[in-house]
Ligand binder design. Sequence first.
Ligand SMILES: [Zn+2]
Length: 164
Amino acid sequence: MYGLEMKLWLTATLWFSVTATSKVLRLQSRSQLTLKKIVSDPTCEVCGLHEETQSHIFYHCDMAAQFWSRMAMNVPSDPTNLLSWNRPASVAQEGFSSFVALCHWQLWKARNEKVFRQCTTGVQQILRQCSAVSVQWEARLPPSKRHVVQAWGQLFEAARQGEG
Ligand SMILES: [Zn+2]
Protein backbone atom coordinates (compact mmCIF):
# COMPACT_ATOMS: atom_id res chain seq x y z
CA MET A 1 0.00 0.00 0.00
CA TYR A 2 2.75 2.42 0.83
CA GLY A 3 5.04 1.22 -1.91
CA LEU A 4 5.11 4.41 -3.92
CA GLU A 5 5.60 6.67 -0.96
CA MET A 6 8.48 4.50 0.19
CA LYS A 7 9.97 4.68 -3.24
CA LEU A 8 9.84 8.48 -3.35
CA TRP A 9 11.26 8.70 0.09
CA LEU A 10 14.04 6.32 -0.76
CA THR A 11 14.90 8.07 -3.98
CA ALA A 12 15.63 11.31 -2.20
CA THR A 13 17.24 9.93 0.91
CA LEU A 14 19.38 7.40 -0.88
CA TRP A 15 20.48 9.96 -3.40
CA PHE A 16 21.42 12.24 -0.54
CA SER A 17 23.29 9.66 1.49
CA VAL A 18 25.14 8.30 -1.49
CA THR A 19 26.10 11.52 -3.21
CA ALA A 20 25.62 14.73 -1.28
CA THR A 21 26.86 13.53 2.08
CA SER A 22 29.26 10.86 1.02
CA LYS A 23 32.92 11.37 1.67
CA VAL A 24 33.76 8.41 -0.50
CA LEU A 25 31.57 8.69 -3.55
CA ARG A 26 31.77 12.12 -5.04
CA LEU A 27 29.39 13.94 -7.27
CA GLN A 28 30.82 14.72 -10.65
CA SER A 29 31.59 18.33 -9.87
CA ARG A 30 33.63 20.22 -12.44
CA SER A 31 36.44 20.26 -9.94
CA GLN A 32 36.42 16.46 -9.91
CA LEU A 33 36.06 16.27 -13.68
CA THR A 34 39.03 18.60 -14.11
CA LEU A 35 41.15 16.36 -11.93
CA LYS A 36 40.15 13.46 -14.14
CA LYS A 37 40.90 15.62 -17.18
CA ILE A 38 37.37 15.23 -18.50
CA VAL A 39 36.88 18.97 -18.58
CA SER A 40 39.61 21.61 -18.60
CA ASP A 41 37.91 24.35 -16.62
CA PRO A 42 36.62 23.72 -13.10
CA THR A 43 34.69 26.99 -12.98
CA CYS A 44 31.06 26.75 -11.89
CA GLU A 45 28.71 27.02 -14.86
CA VAL A 46 25.97 28.61 -12.82
CA CYS A 47 27.76 31.60 -11.30
CA GLY A 48 30.89 31.55 -13.44
CA LEU A 49 32.88 32.81 -10.49
CA HIS A 50 34.21 29.97 -8.39
CA GLU A 51 35.56 26.49 -8.67
CA GLU A 52 32.70 24.05 -8.80
CA THR A 53 33.34 21.75 -5.88
CA GLN A 54 30.67 19.68 -4.20
CA SER A 55 30.35 22.14 -1.35
CA HIS A 56 30.19 25.03 -3.82
CA ILE A 57 27.28 23.33 -5.60
CA PHE A 58 25.22 22.76 -2.48
CA TYR A 59 26.20 25.56 -0.15
CA HIS A 60 28.22 28.38 -1.60
CA CYS A 61 27.06 29.01 -5.13
CA ASP A 62 24.80 32.02 -5.10
CA MET A 63 21.65 30.02 -5.81
CA ALA A 64 22.35 27.54 -3.00
CA ALA A 65 23.43 30.18 -0.48
CA GLN A 66 20.24 32.12 -1.16
CA PHE A 67 18.17 28.98 -0.72
CA TRP A 68 19.57 28.19 2.74
CA SER A 69 19.32 31.82 3.75
CA ARG A 70 15.65 31.95 2.76
CA MET A 71 15.10 28.73 4.71
CA ALA A 72 16.84 30.34 7.70
CA MET A 73 19.06 27.30 7.92
CA ASN A 74 22.76 27.72 8.58
CA VAL A 75 24.99 25.38 6.67
CA PRO A 76 27.06 23.59 9.32
CA SER A 77 30.82 23.26 8.98
CA ASP A 78 30.33 19.57 8.33
CA PRO A 79 27.11 19.24 6.31
CA THR A 80 27.63 15.48 6.01
CA ASN A 81 26.76 15.23 9.68
CA LEU A 82 23.00 15.47 9.79
CA LEU A 83 23.01 16.17 13.52
CA SER A 84 24.91 19.39 12.97
CA TRP A 85 22.10 21.00 10.96
CA ASN A 86 19.83 23.46 12.72
CA ARG A 87 16.41 21.94 12.38
CA PRO A 88 13.66 24.54 11.82
CA ALA A 89 11.21 24.54 14.73
CA SER A 90 8.26 23.46 12.58
CA VAL A 91 10.13 20.48 11.11
CA ALA A 92 9.77 17.31 13.16
CA GLN A 93 12.77 15.22 14.03
CA GLU A 94 10.99 12.35 12.35
CA GLY A 95 11.75 12.60 8.66
CA PHE A 96 14.29 15.39 9.09
CA SER A 97 16.88 13.50 7.06
CA SER A 98 14.37 13.25 4.21
CA PHE A 99 13.65 16.95 4.51
CA VAL A 100 17.35 17.80 4.21
CA ALA A 101 17.65 15.30 1.37
CA LEU A 102 14.76 16.94 -0.46
CA CYS A 103 16.45 20.34 -0.23
CA HIS A 104 19.70 19.00 -1.66
CA TRP A 105 17.94 17.02 -4.32
CA GLN A 106 16.08 20.06 -5.60
CA LEU A 107 19.22 22.21 -5.56
CA TRP A 108 20.93 19.58 -7.67
CA LYS A 109 18.00 19.34 -10.07
CA ALA A 110 17.86 23.11 -10.45
CA ARG A 111 21.56 23.23 -11.23
CA ASN A 112 21.19 20.56 -13.89
CA GLU A 113 18.28 22.42 -15.42
CA LYS A 114 20.45 25.45 -15.71
CA VAL A 115 23.58 23.70 -16.96
CA PHE A 116 22.05 21.20 -19.36
CA ARG A 117 18.88 22.88 -20.49
CA GLN A 118 19.84 26.51 -20.08
CA CYS A 119 16.74 27.03 -17.98
CA THR A 120 16.98 29.89 -15.57
CA THR A 121 16.13 28.61 -12.16
CA GLY A 122 15.99 31.05 -9.33
CA VAL A 123 15.59 30.45 -5.67
CA GLN A 124 11.86 31.17 -5.92
CA GLN A 125 11.46 28.34 -8.35
CA ILE A 126 13.49 25.93 -6.23
CA LEU A 127 11.34 26.72 -3.21
CA ARG A 128 8.19 26.27 -5.29
CA GLN A 129 9.45 22.92 -6.48
CA CYS A 130 10.30 21.81 -2.92
CA SER A 131 6.82 22.82 -1.89
CA ALA A 132 5.26 20.91 -4.80
CA VAL A 133 7.20 17.76 -3.99
CA SER A 134 6.13 18.04 -0.34
CA VAL A 135 2.49 18.13 -1.43
CA GLN A 136 3.00 15.02 -3.58
CA TRP A 137 4.69 13.15 -0.77
CA GLU A 138 2.12 14.22 1.76
CA ALA A 139 -0.69 12.79 -0.34
CA ARG A 140 1.05 9.44 -0.42
CA LEU A 141 1.64 9.16 3.29
CA PRO A 142 -0.67 7.46 5.75
CA PRO A 143 -2.98 10.10 7.32
CA SER A 144 -1.25 9.83 10.69
CA LYS A 145 2.06 10.98 9.15
CA ARG A 146 0.84 13.68 6.81
CA HIS A 147 1.30 16.54 9.27
CA VAL A 148 5.06 15.95 9.17
CA VAL A 149 5.38 16.69 5.47
CA GLN A 150 2.61 19.27 5.54
CA ALA A 151 4.83 21.34 7.84
CA TRP A 152 7.65 21.14 5.30
CA GLY A 153 5.38 22.46 2.58
CA GLN A 154 4.29 25.35 4.78
CA LEU A 155 7.89 26.19 5.54
CA PHE A 156 8.88 26.17 1.86
CA GLU A 157 5.90 28.38 1.07
CA ALA A 158 6.76 30.79 3.87
CA ALA A 159 10.34 30.97 2.62
CA ARG A 160 9.12 31.57 -0.91
CA GLN A 161 6.86 34.40 0.16
CA GLY A 162 9.41 35.80 2.56
CA GLU A 163 11.19 38.01 0.07
CA GLY A 164 10.99 39.11 -3.52
ZN1 LIG B 1 28.66 28.76 -8.61
